[in-house]
Design a protein around this ligand. Structure first.
Ligand code: UT7
Length: 332
């Protein structure tokens, strides 16, 4: 089909993870768990924790500056900033507005996007529509989280899984045939309660009682989310490949959401990919929700795992429930 749409791609990536490392051994001292359980059930050995003075926008800014530099543009060139996060600095204003001011993106519009671990995929999908139509030229998409701020220190189900970090990508116009080839996004709100932060919103405003009951913490029905994840990661990848007119044989590199090594393995098996075509860093960082995919992507790019013209698949799932995948022909 002939269209007048402008081809859009990622033209620079960046990431930042806090220095403080929390090992499985550290967590053994806090909850009833073991390094052996965490490694065999999740693949995670350690995760990062933001210093108490750093909020999500602070992590975002460092990732964003690296992405802007890699893209070879100036902050003033940005037309829009999207921050995908479930741990914003505040409910409002948006974390994206704090980033806009701090990086000096004088002409950029800014908003946050909430799709949990799928947030970065949703974010690049939204961003690319603005560029494809010619409305904007450069859009910065950030996935950033300070999840350790909403973890219940007494809940071993979640404490061992999640960590803090930020990843960013600058999107812009690219050569015809390059960049984003397709997206597949989805949601199923019937699973909303499987992974949520119940208190503090309009349904259950913060009160002494909600605090006493720990309603301000993230809760997760891990096993239910696990079953959904194992199915959806492969399905969403295949759907996005279908939409791009490609098959799993054409995939050169997969950057999956870094939730649990067993979930990633299931997706890899479905796509029948060899290990060297898959990027994994969950052993070092755990699950950073919206930050997982962009941090992994940035590391893969900087390690030259992704080359020009490679077919790259990004795929994720998360609270909502939400899921999403996109296929790119890498453009640099
Ligand atoms: O980005 C999206 C966010 N969420 C996810 O991706 C999470 C998806 N789910 C998972 O990754 C896995 O379900 C978990 C890693 C969270 C849990 O693994 P599982 O194999 O599904 O374990 P389970 O929940 O079925 O629990 C098995 C046992 C339970 O004990 P009992 O009832 O059999 O005695 C748990 O209480 O393991 C226990 N358990 C733990 N034991 C030691 C749960 N967490 C821990 C822990 N250390 N940290």
């Amino acid at each position: 089909m002939e269209t007048n749409l402008i081809p859009v791609g990622i033209i620079g990536t960046g990431s930042y993870v806090p220095d403080q490392v929390v090992t499985n051994k550290d967590l053994e001292k806090i909850v009833d768990t073991s390094d052996e359980w965490i490694v065999t059930r999740t693949g995670i050995s350690e995760r990062r924790k933001a210093q108490s003075h750093m909020a999500t926008s602070d992590l975002s800014i460092l990732a964003a500056q690296r992405a802007i530099e890699a893209a070879g543009i100036k902050p003033e060139d940005l037309d829009l900033i999207i921050v995908a996060t479930i741990t914003p600095d505040m409910f409002f204003p948006s974390t994206a507005c704090f980033v806009q001011e701090k990086i000096g993106a004088a002409k950029a519009a800014a908003f946050d996007l909430s799709a949990a671990c799928t947030g970065f995929i949703y974010g690049v999908s939204v961003a690319s529509q603005f560029i494809a139509t010619g409305m904007y030229k450069y859009v910065l998409v950030i996935g950033a989280e300070t999840l350790t701020r909403i973890l219940n220190p007494a809940d071993r189900n979640t404490l061992v899984i999640f960590g803090d970090g930020a990843g960013a990508a600058v999107l812009g116009p690219v050569e015809t045939g390059k960049g984003f080839l397709s997206f597949d996004l989805g949601s199923d709100g019937s699973g909303a309660e499987l992974l949520c932060q119940e208190g503090g919103g309009s349904r259950l405003p913060a009160s002494i009682e909600t605090i006493e009951k720990g309603k301000h913490y993230l809760t997760m029905a891990g096993n239910e989310v696990y079953k959904f994840a194992v199915r959806i990661m492969g399905e969403a990848s295949i759907k996005a490949l279908d939409k791009a007119g490609l098959t799993r044989e054409s995939v050169d590199f997969l950057v999956p959401h870094q939730a649990n090594i067993r979930i990633v393995d299931a997706a890899v098996k479905r796509l029948q990919l060899p290990a060297e075509k898959v990027y994994i860093n969950l052993d070092k960082y755990g699950n950073m929700s919206g930050a997982s995919i962009p941090v992994a992507l940035d590391e893969a790019v900087r390690k030259n795992k992704i080359k020009k013209d490679d077919i790259v698949v990004l795929v994720g799932f998360g609270a909502g429930l939400t899921w999403g995948s996109c296929v790119l022909r890498w453009n640099y």
